[in-house]
Design a protein. Structure first.
Lengths: 390, 287
């Protein structure tokens, strides 16, 4: 399996160099956009959606690029952190990518950061929420268009208090994103007088939840707050319902619990409350237009990952436009990117000093198989960016 | 831990263990009879889950879909044995590992092409969708009890087949002396095809049974495969009886470890395996 990957990477690199065979002026050269996304495996669907959104935005905004052509170099990370440094340095040194977009998975993000921090390229994270990316490991040339893991979960603490919940059990996989999400919830929940009576960390990627749910039932808290995503989220929500906890103990979560999973969860997800920086049903013109054209182009409904990819494209186009197509001065490029207001389907957002979005977090509840927006749980919420000196 | 919670966790553990047995039984059967280590066994678990999802979407009937999926799995098993596995009988374990790992990638790629990478779910069949109240908060879903009983049924059927039928006699004979069986005029190749196909079908049936109570995702086979290997190794490679006892043991240890020693829960089954191998290096019931 290792060889086939190397060969594929080599092929991609070869194709990339072939298209560049004649010496040309800097501005006639294409802008090279490297992608480090998972196109196969558990996160494959997320990688596909991100790529689709990114390309769609750059196509729509072609007029803003001042005639610059684009060249995409797509490499499958397979969401494997150990491969990340190698791929990142190949994109940096061999392909000389102007932008490196990725990844989905936080572990891969750490591997990429090791290689790309402070280098002659701009890294834009379209998903991975790991705190350090825009925290202790923040860097002028690293941006994020998605969220920090703190952001979607922090507002839920206050929501829970407003609902009158005092004793809550929190639960997640025992890994970065999960623990950071639980901590963020706990931070606002305990600050307002709530108590986390038990915190359950399940070994990743285990999905045998029955034993834990039996225990939660015996504790009988006011509510349960969880972080799970993808297949684990499907299994958790179904188990929660099957074991009879649903309807008796309210289930709260970081929004990923019900993103891209509702169809598989079926009626078990009805009534689950989550907080996130987006919802498919957001009622604004940009979102409606985005969803319609995405559906028309790719034949499937868009999701949050598509939006995050799309916003990454918007951000690049806007910065290139502002610089009149000349992105050779890295300082100027970083400044232009950092000052961008992204007109996103999720609502307009700007960037914090640490290069993380300052954005609305929405409270949603599942109704008839959709995440219905109830209210803005936290307007223009900025990550505290602890440990970042930018 | 209260008595009622203890009892609930006991049932949780047994139910998980029985499902593990259903998957592991095919793996150990194929290894015991044919000496083939089929790493693609987990993939057939995944294939079973995806197949039943696909047919439920089209027919609406879980029972019918389960039946079709099992038959398709049997046919895939026959095809795999006739074309690929057959090449391996006279080769060493490394070749088996290489081929069957390759098959994992093929199945994963096919899954991606045919069904995409989104997580999928199958609804619990309506006849079994009720639940039995256990405490004020907790209920036990009937479907899960049904699956547990179904696994016990399969175990009994396998016991009967291996010990009381002519096919079982041939399987046992083939296990102990392949050449002698051939000398007696039995077509061992046909026997191998049957055994391998049954093994594959058992994994797929486990995937079918698990589909309504889990999420159907890429890579679901690899994860379960590792746990199954633990079961097979603890039980003794090739022993169905061993797999049964070991599966229950692993299910119970995993369940109670999750609650009692959460920090260690991910390694408890491996500690159990190491401990048992120290005492019985060949596993509990090695043949």
């Amino acid at each position: 399996m290792f060889n086939s990957n190397k060969m594929r990477n080599a092929l991609v690199a070869a194709m990339a160099t072939l298209t560049l065979s004649s010496p040309v002026l800097a501005n006639e050269q294409p802008i090279k956009v490297g992608m480090m996304l998972p196109f196969s495996g558990v996160y494959g669907a997320l990688g596909d959606a991100t790529r689709n959104g990114l390309k769609m935005a750059l196509r729509e905004q072609a007029a803003q690029l001042h005639g610059r052509k684009l060249e995409f170099i797509e490499i499958d990370t397979e969401a494997r952190p150990e491969r990340a440094p190698e791929i990142a340095s190949s994109l940096l040194n061999n392909s000389e990518a102007d932008f490196i977009i990725g990844p989905v998975h936080s572990g891969v993000a750490m591997g990429m950061l090791k290689v790309l921090r402070g280098k002659e390229t701009v890294m834009i994270v379209p998903n991975a929420g790991a705190g350090p990316v825009t925290g202790p490991l923040c860097s002028p040339n690293v941006f994020r268009t998605s969220f920090s893991s703190w952001q979607p979960s922090y507002p839920m603490g206050k929501v829970a208090l407003d609902k009158g919940y005092k004793k809550v059990v929190t639960m997640s996989w025992n890994y970065g994103m999960g623990k950071e999400s639980l901590d963020a919830f706990e931070e606002s929940f305990t600050a307002g007088g709530g108590e986390v009576v038990k915190k359950i960390l399940v070994p990743f990627p285990k999905t045998e939840f029955q034993a834990y749910l039996s225990e939660i039932a015996s504790i009988n808290p006011d509510a349960v707050f969880v972080f799970f995503a993808g297949g684990g989220a499907v299994k958790f929500v179904k188990d929660y319902d099957a074991l009879g906890l649903k309807g008796k103990i309210p289930l709260l979560g970081s929004g990923f619990l019900t993103e891209g999973t509702l169809e598989a969860q079926g009626p078990a997800a009805e009534g689950v409350m989550t907080t996130l920086h987006y919802a498919d049903t957001l009622d604004n013109e940009l979102n409606k237009a985005f969803r319609t054209s995405y559906k028309a182009e790719f034949g499937k409904a868009s999701d949050i990952y598509a939006v995050q990819g799309y916003d990454t494209g918007l951000m690049i186009a806007s910065a290139v436009n502002q610089l009149g197509g000349d992105i050779s001065d890295q300082q100027a490029l970083i400044k232009a990117l950092g000052e961008t207001t992204v007109k996103s389907p999720r609502g307009d957002f700007t960037f914090s000093a640490a290069h993380n979005p300052v954005q609305n977090i929405y409270l949603r509840t599942v109704e008839n198989g959709e995440n219905k927006v109830i209210e803005v749980a936290a307007p223009a919420l900025a990550d505290p960016a602890r440990g970042c000196k930018l | 831990m209260t008595t009622s919670l203890f009892l609930v966790q006991l049932i949780n553990g047994l139910q998980y263990g029985l499902l593990l047995f259903l998957i592991a039984s095919g793996l150990t059967l194929v290894f015991g009879v044919m000496g083939i280590l089929n790493l693609a066994h987990g993939s057939m678990y995944m294939v079973g889950a995806y197949l039943v999802w696909y047919f439920v979407e089209h027919t609406g009937s879980f029972g019918l879909s389960a039946l079709i999926s099992a038959v398709i799995a049997l046919l895939i098993g026959i095809l795999m044995e006739r074309t690929l596995i057959r090449q391996l009988y006279r080769r060493n374990h490394l070749d088996q590992v290489l081929l069957t790992i390759g098959m994992i990638f093929v199945f994963n790629a096919l899954q991606g092409l045919l069904w995409g990478n989104d997580p999928l779910g199958v609804a619990v069949p309506s006849a079994l969708s009720s639940a039995i109240p256990v405490t004020d908060v907790l209920e036990y879903p009937v479907y899960r009890i049904f699956v547990a009983l179904f696994c016990v049924g399969i175990a009994a059927l396998m016991y009967f087949m291996i010990n009381k039928t002519r096919l079982g006699m041939l399987i046992r004979a083939g296990e102990s002396n392949r050449e002698m069986v051939e000398c007696l005029g039995i077509d061992i190749r046909k026997l191998y095809t049957i055994v391998f196909a049954i093994g594959v079908m058992l994994a797929a049936i486990a995937g079918v049974a698990a589909a309504p109570m889990s999420s159907i995702v890429p890579g679901m086979g690899e994860h379960i495969l590792i746990t199954c290997f633990v079961v097979v190794v603890i039980g003794g490679m090739g022993s169905i009886k061993g797999a049964f006892i070991a599966a229950l043991l692993v299910g119970l240890v995993d369940t109670f470890a999750s609650i009692l020693v959460p920090q260690l829960s991910s390694m408890m089954i491996y500690i159990l395996m190491a401990f048992i191998l120290l005492i019985k290096p060949q596993g509990l019931f090695s043949s």
